[in-house]
Ligand binder design. Structure first.
Ligand code: MG
Length: 457
C-alpha cells in the first residue's frame, strides 16, 4: 500500500513526487497564510520566514510554499538552508508572524515535509492545526489581487544570529581555553556549516565529517548507535574528547564519548539538565517517554520535572507556562527558552562543552555519575478499540503504580516506569519501559504483551 501524506499538528510529511508535490505545498502555504490573516485581521502585512534542511527537494518545496504564502498576500523571508531551531531563532529575531521549515527531520531522503511555527516559535495547537487543515482541504484561501501579492526577500544572517545567541548562554572563553578536540557528524544535513561556526568560536579543534549540506545523507540519518559507527571510529582515530551527531535538520543531538562509545540519546538531555541544574533552581519539562534520569538529576538539585504528552510543542508549551530552566525529549532534543522554545542541537553542544569545562571530567565519567537505567521500546498493531481495552486492562493490572493519563497511560513504579500510548499516525500501540535493570524493564513489557495477547489474540 502506498504511504499516505501525513498531516498532523507539526505540519505535513510525505514522499516527494508521490504524495508530496509542488502544488500540494503551494496550497498548504496558502492555507497557512490564510490562517495567519484570520488570526491577525488588523495587521496590514504579515511576514513569515522560511528555511529548509539540505534535502535536494527542499528548494522546490520552499519556493512552492513561498508562492502559496505570497498568493494570499503574505511577505516571505527566505532563510535558505538552515537548521530547524535556526528558523525559530530568526522568527523571533525578525519579529515574524509565523515560520515554516521544509524538513522531514530524521527520515530518509525521499521524504520531505512542511513544519509550521506560530509567532512564538511553537507548532500550532491542535485546534489551530485543525483550522489550517480545514482551510487546506476546503481550498478556502484568501487570495489577493495583483498589487497585493506578497514579496520575498532573503536574509543571510541566520548563522551569525543563532551562533551569537548560543554563545551568549555559555562562557565562551573558559570553553575555548580547553581547546576541546571534537568530531562533528552532520550527516550532510543543514547543521554542518553553522555548527562548525559555533565550534570554531568555542575554540574547538574540529574534525568535521559529513559536513556538506548536500542532503545526500552519508548514512541512515537518525542519530542512533547503528548509524553512527563512522563517528565512533572518527573519534577514536582523532583521539577526540567527544563526538557529536546531528539529525538532518539539526534539532536532535547524539553524543559519542572519548572512547568512541555511543552513550545513547537519552543522555543528551540528561547531561544538559545536569549542567543547568548545577547553575539554577527550577523546573524542567520532558515528555512522558523520556528517561527518569532527568527526574533524578532535578531532584538532587531540589527541582522537579513536569511531564508532558509526547510532541515537541507539548514540552515547549509546558516550559513557557512554568518558566522551565531546561526541557526537551529523550531523543536528543534539548530546549532552552532563552534561545527559543524549540529543540536545538547547538544549545545541547554548548551546554555539554560547558559542563566538560567546569567539571574537568571526561564524557564517560559524567555518564558514569548518572544512575543508569535500561530502556526498552516495542510496538504492536492495535486498532482504537483494542488499544482502549489494553489500556483499561493495564490500568487494573498496575493499580499500585502512580498513573499519568495525559498521553496514553504512564505507570510509575519504585524501580522504573512503563508508558503505553497509541501512535497519532498509524494503528499502532507503543510500549516504552525503563528500569534500573534490564530484567525489570523487560518484565513490564512482558506483562503488557500478556495483556495484549489476551485481547488481540
Ligand atoms: Mg529533527
Amino acid at each position: 500500500m502506498a504511504e499516505q501524506l501525513i498531516i498532523s499538528i507539526s505540519g505535513m510529511r510525505g514522499i516527494i513526487g508521490e504524495n508530496l508535490t509542488a502544488s500540494i505545498a503551494a496550497d498548504y502555504g496558502a492555507a497557512f497564510g490564510t490562517f495567519l490573516k484570520n488570526a491577525y485581521p488588523k495587521k496590514d502585512k504579515l511576514l513569515v520566514c522560511i528555511g529548509r534542511d539540505s534535502r535536494p527537494s527542499g528548494e522546490m518545496l520552499q519556493f512552492a510554499v513561498s508562492a502559496g504564502l505570497c498568493n494570499v498576500g503574505v511577505d516571505v523571508v527566505d532563510l535558505g538552508v538552515v537548521t530547524t531551531p535556526s528558523v525559530g531563532v530568526m522568527l523571533r529575531h525578525i519579529g515574524c508572524d509565523g515560520g515554516v521549515v521544509i524538513t522531514a527531520s530524521h527520515n530518509p531522503v525521499q521524504y520531505n515535509g512542511i513544519k509550521l511555527l506560530l509567532n512564538n516559535g511553537i507548532a500550532p495547537s491542535s485546534a489551530d492545526a485543525e483550522k489550517i487543515r480545514k482551510l487546506y482541504f476546503d481550498k478556502n484561501f484568501s487570495f489577493v489581487d495583483s498589487v497585493s501579492c506578497g514579496k520575498i526577500s532573503a536574509n543571510p544572517h541566520t548563522s551569525a544570529v543563532h551562533v551569537y545567541k548560543v554563545i551568549s548562554i555559555v562562557d565562551k572563553n573558559s570553553i575555548a581555553a580547553k581547546k576541546f578536540k571534537v568530531v562533528l557528524d552532520s550527516v550532510n544535513g543543514a547543521g554542518g556549516p553553522i555548527t562548525k561556526a559555533l565550534l570554531n568560536q568555542l575554540g574547538c579543534e574540529m574534525v568535521a565529517i559529513n559536513d556538506e549540506p548536500t542532503g545526500l545523507f552519508a548514512h541512515t540519518p537518525e542519530p542512533l548507535a547503528k548509524n553512527l559507527t563512522g563517528l565512533s571510529e572518527a573519534v577514536k582515530k582523532a583521539n577526540a574528547q567527544i563526538g557529536f551527531a546531528q539529525d538532518p535538520d539539526g534539532d536532535r543531538l547524539a553524543i559519542v564519548d572519548e572512547k568512541g562509545t555511543y552513550i545513547g540519546e537519552e543522555y543528551t538531555l540528561a547531561l544538559a539538565a545536569k549542567y543547568i541544574f548545577s547553575k539554577k533552581k527550577g523546573y524542567a519539562a520532558a515528555n512522558l517517554s523520556s528517561s527518569r534520569m532527568v527526574d533524578d538529576i532535578a531532584a538532587a538539585a531540589g527541582g522537579s520535572v513536569i511531564r508532558t504528552p509526547v510532541g515537541e510543542a507539548n514540552v515547549a508549551n509546558a516550559m513557557v507556562e512554568n518558566n522551565c530552566i531546561i526541557g526537551g525529549e529523550g531523543n536528543g532534543g534539548v530546549i532552552d527558552l532563552i534561545i527559543g522554545p524549540i529543540r536545538d542541537s547547538l544549545v545541547a553542544i554548548a551546554f555539554v562543552l560547558q559542563f566538560l569545562t567546569e567539571t574537568g571530567k571526561t564524557v564517560s565519567q559524567l555518564v558514569d555519575e548518572i544512575e543508569r537505567y535500561y530502556m526498552i521500546k516495542e510496538k504492536f498493531p492495535a486498532d482504537k478499540k483494542q488499544a482502549q481495552q489494553i489500556l483499561k486492562a493495564a490500568c487494573e493490572k498496575f493499580s499500585d503504580a502512580k498513573l499519568n493519563d495525559a498521553d496514553g497511560y504512564r505507570f510509575d513504579f519504585a524501580e522504573g516506569w512503563l508508558h503505553l500510548r497509541t501512535s497519532n499516525t498509524e494503528p499502532v500501540m507503543r510500549i516504552i519501559s525503563e528500569a534500573k535493570s534490564q530484567q525489570i524493564a523487560q518484565k513490564y513489557v512482558d506483562l503488557v504483551q500478556d495483556i495484549r495477547k489476551k485481547i488481540t489474540g
